[in-house]
Design a protein around this ligand. Structure first.
Ligand code: SF4
Ligand code: SF4
Length: 248
């Protein structure tokens, strides 16, 4: 089906969202709570766009709005820019200690600087960390409390017994507010210490013991006897070498 985004005609696929169609064709729509791995949540509203069909227009979240034939999309209008500015301002007020939010605040020409919330806060409650953890089947963290006290935490703020220390939550966090400390063989995250395992080829510490045990358990396989514990890069090199040998 054909749709127009900012005057450019593109071929959209049935079932994809406006954001996905735009991304696929290199058109930028700003997002906060979207991640390719988990799809759109429609919660931060930063990806709002104006959609016009049969002469009537509405403002929608592009990360959840499915494409349909003949729509015309505008990614920037005075109304949309104002919505984004207000969101940037509100999130900056919530998480002023985040470099990410400080940059966004400036980029969107926000003027409000009456900070009423915690000046040390970095979290914008986008839930990407919660989704990352859940998508691995762990669910060690969730949002707790309500209103202005809402935050991401482990149960009772204790060291979560189910956490495997993989740091996927920290990797997807746009504001860098999940602390991961690595020293020697130890990684500390969510109030818990994990022992890191070194790649048997390059020596890089690449995963926690719990993470590797979890992967083995999930794949319902024992580690093949004699197989080295390798980081992703070395594992790829070994596979490439094996393929070369196999292909002669
Ligand atoms: S480090 Fe723990 S909380 Fe974070 S994604 Fe991994 S298992 Fe979940
Ligand atoms: S910790 Fe990071 S990823 Fe998780 S909700 Fe807060 S800002 Fe989003």
């Amino acid at each position: 089906m054909k749709i127009l985004i900012d005057g450019i005609e593109i071929e959209a696929q049935p079932g994809e969202t406006i954001l996905e169609a735009a991304k696929r064709t290199g058109i930028h729509i700003p997002t906060l709570c979207y991640h390719e791995a988990f799809g759109g949540q429609g919660s931060c509203r930063f990806c709002m766009v104006e959609v016009t069909k049969n002469g009537s227009s509405r403002v929608v979240a592009s990360c959840t709005y499915p494409v349909n034939d003949g729509i015309e999309v505008k990614t920037s209008t005075p109304q949309i820019d104002k919505i984004r500015r207000n969101i940037a301002m509100l999130l900056y007020k919530r998480a002023p200690n985040s470099l990410f939010m400080q940059t966004l605040y400036k980029e969107h020409l926000c003027t409000e600087n009456n900070l009423t919330e915690d000046p040390h806060e970095k979290c914008i409650l986008c839930r990407l960390c919660v989704n990352a953890c859940a998508s691995m089947g762990v669910s060690a963290i969730s949002t707790v409390m309500r209103g202005t006290d809402k935050r991401v935490a482990t149960p009772y703020d204790d060291a979560a017994a189910v956490c495997i220390g993989c740091a996927a939550c920290a990797q997807v966090c746009p504001t860098g507010c999940i602390e991961v400390q690595e020293e020697g063989n130890t990684r500390r995250i969510w109030n818990r210490d994990f022992v890191m395992v070194a790649c048997e080829d390059c020596g890089k510490k690449f995963a926690t013991r719990e993470q590797l045990a979890y992967i083995v358990d999930k794949s319902k396989q024992d580690s093949p006897e004699g197989e080295l514990q390798l980081c992703e890069t070395c594992r790829r090199k070994v596979i490439a070498r094996k393929l070369e040998t196999f292909n002669g």
